[in-house]
Design a protein around this ligand. Structure first.
Ligand SMILES: C[S@@+](CC[C@H](N)C(=O)[O-])C[C@H]1O[C@@H](n2cnc3c(N)ncnc32)[C@H](O)[C@@H]1O
Length: 333
């Protein structure tokens, strides 16, 4: 069957495949095509110019003759309405406001053969450590799993430490910016998805990964071993106190603590070598996406007699109605 699709170099295909899945526009009824150095990723009928906007990477929208993904059962065949859910390792996560969660969980396990457990979130991400509680709706009664992302493996317990697969593309975007010989300070490292992926790029990159949650740091240390990423130094503690001790070592500072990152800006700036880049994440309303956060960064730099140069500001993903997860990147001079 001939379909509209994305043509991308094989070596650059994975982030784009993930992005299409996240945007729910990868057509599962067709088998991904492979010819020479290219992959052909089939698009759903819903894919249009708007849904393809801002996908990072080099690709071309074209047509291709796909083989059908034979006999593949789809969630749409089993459910009147397919709710939003995400998969971490072999665990599917559904929201707590779903009507008939057992029916949804049953359908997910029938269609997604790799899913062994379906958990329903009992509330939003909360508290200092940004964790959530879950109840088991179907399958094995556990909250830990191994998640694979860009060739790295992460052992995660979803109740004990924060993790989302929805930032995979964003993490790879940061990865592109880090060069051999540089030092990265990941101030809120969690179980290590930014730190480990960056460290795996080159043994000549030094990563200092800080987190206050002792459970997250336990998983981070395991994941450093699991991925043989010995160039990551895991530090348990408060990012303000730990960063203070480091001096001006960083070429990149990752501040992935939306809602609260502003409380750590003074320490972040102190850790920046001249010309270092701060990757600052926030959750902001649609009518004020970047300006307030940028002002906070500028004020913090001023307090340290440093100047900033704006490099980039972008929406990473939508977070809630009229609210967005944004990333602001500034050079600290
Ligand atoms: C949104 S999560 C991000 C985790 C990780 N960067 C990721 O992408 O999965 C924020 C992390 O900051 C940690 N955290 C919260 N307050 C902190 C503090 N004062 N110092 C260091 N880490 C902190 C939490 O434990 C949590 O793991």
């Amino acid at each position: 069957m001939r379909k509209t699709c994305i043509r991308v170099l094989k070596k650059e295909g994975e982030p784009i495949r993930r992005e299409l899945i996240e945007r729910e526009i990868l057509d599962n009824s067709a088998r991904i095509g492979s010819e020479g150095e290219y992959l052909y990723l089939p698009l759903t009928e819903e894919a249009d110019a708007e849904s393809l906007e801002d996908i990072p990477g080099n690709f071309k929208v074209t047509e291709y003759d796909f083989e059908e993904q034979k006999g593949q059962l789809k969630l749409e065949d089993l459910l009147d309405e397919v709710p939003h859910f995400e998969v971490v390792g072999d665990i599917a996560l559904i929201e707590d406001d779903i009507t008939e969660p057992e029916e949804v969980a049953d359908a997910i396990m029938k269609v997604k053969k790799n899913v062994k457990t379906v958990l329903a979130a009992l509330g939003p991400v909360e508290g200092e450590f940004r964790t959530r509680r879950f109840s088991t709706v179907a399958g094995e009664d556990r909250t830990d799993t191994i998640h694979k992302e860009y060739g790295c493996r992460y052992h995660i317990d979803l109740e004990r430490a924060y993790f989302t697969p929805r930032l995979a593309t964003e993490r790879s975007r940061i990865l592109e910016q880090v060069k051999e010989g540089q030092t990265v300070v990941d101030m809120f490292a969690g179980v290590g998805p930014y730190s480990i992926m960056i460290a795996k790029k080159s043994p000549d990159i030094r990563v200092i990964a800080i987190d206050k949650n002792p459970d997250a740091v336990e998983f981070l240390k395991n994941n450093i071993e699991l991925n043989s990423a010995s160039n990551v130094e895991a530090i348990e503690g408060d990012a303000n106190l730990q960063a203070e001790k480091l001096g001006r070592v960083a070429d990149h500072v990752i501040m992935n603590l939306p809602h609260n990152a502003q409380d750590f800006l003074d320490a972040a700036i102190k850790v920046c070598a001249p010309g270092a880049v701060i990757h600052y994440y926030d959750i902001t309303p649609e009518d004020e996406l970047f300006d307030s956060s940028l002002k906070l960064i500028e004020e913090a730099a001023g307090r340290a007699d440093r100047r900033i140069k704006l490099i980039d500001q972008r929406v990473v993903r939508s977070y809630a109605p009229h609210q967005f997860n944004v990333c602001i990147e500034v050079k600290i001079i």
